[in-house]
Design a protein around this ligand. Structure first.
Ligand code: ADP
Ligand code: MG
Length: 237
């Protein structure tokens, strides 16, 4: 394991995402605080796919929530395309997420009252990007759901639901996709199918991908691998 060297090499591209010296602790009920992130730092370059592994409770989800501006950091800076984003107002953070980030979680979080297609359209509607809808409908076909667009989530299998979540996460064409155990509740065959899909779609669309996983064989399929241990990030590539 080597710790990550930040010194930017001459002529290397600028990172899409750069985390510098992130600290995050949760207050404990009995007093005191448990420090989860303790100086975590890394850079992710445009178009890269990276996995993040670590034992349960090591802080992978916390890191992902902080990167997605869903949780506040105690200190440290997050740069996106060179601009610090963690100090933005709540409103600006929401706008930033809508424009720049896609999320996929272990459980699909599809809206039960909406069909597969309506779920995929939702981010376009929230962002006022009606122009992206036809492409979003194409994404649903690409994930293998042609003919099932009008089904509700409960009329789809677990794997199919997660495919809808993949299409929805990419509907706004975000530069960065963050996934947290996205295949964690699927059987190994389905999990690998979804991973194939995720990697090929991100590569085709040029989307930068950071995936939390606890599965080493999945983690090895990414171009870069990071490990989270004792609140710090290690480059395992
Ligand atoms: P992982 O995703 O690697 O399993 P988490 O980021 O979920 O790890 O959790 C890291 C640590 O932070 C754990 O000890 C967990 O109990 C604690 N933790 C996570 N979220 C919260 C929260 N909202 N409030 C308090 N403690 C939390
Ligand atoms: Mg987690």
């Amino acid at each position: 394991m080597t710790s990550i060297d930040f010194k930017k090499m001459e002529n290397s591209p600028a990172p899409l995402l750069r985390a510098e010296n992130l600290f995050k602790a949760y207050k404990e009920a009995k007093g005191g605080a448990s420090e989860v992130l303790r100086g975590a730092q890394f850079s992710l370059y445009p178009g890269e796919s990276a996995s993040l592994v670590g034992v349960s409770g090591s802080g992978k989800s916390t890191l992902l929530y902080c990167l997605g501006l869903l949780e506040n950091l105690d200190s440290g800076t997050l740069f996106f395309k060179g601009k610090a984003v963690n100090g933005l107002s709540a409103q600006k953070k929401a706008e930033f997420r809508l424009k720049n980030l896609g999320f996929i979680f272990q459980f699909h979080h599809l809206i039960p009252e909406l069909t597969a297609l309506e779920n995929v359209f939702l981010p376009c509607e929230i962002a006022g990007r009606e122009d992206l809808k036809s492409e979003a409908a194409g994404l649903l076909k690409k994930v293998g759901l042609e003919g099932k667009e009008k089904r509700f989530p409960w009329q789809l299998s677990g794997g199919e639901q997660q495919r809808v979540a993949v299409a929805r996460a990419l509907a706004n064409r975000p530069p960065l996709l963050l996934t947290d155990e996205a295949t964690g509740n699927l059987d190994p065959k389905r999990a690998h199918e979804i991973l194939d899909l995720l990697l090929s779609m991100c590569s085709e669309l040029g989307t930068t991908l950071l995936s939390v996983t606890h599965d080493d064989s999945s983690a090895r399929r990414y171009k870069r691998r990071f490990g989270l241990q004792e609140g710090q990030i290690w480059d395992l590539s």
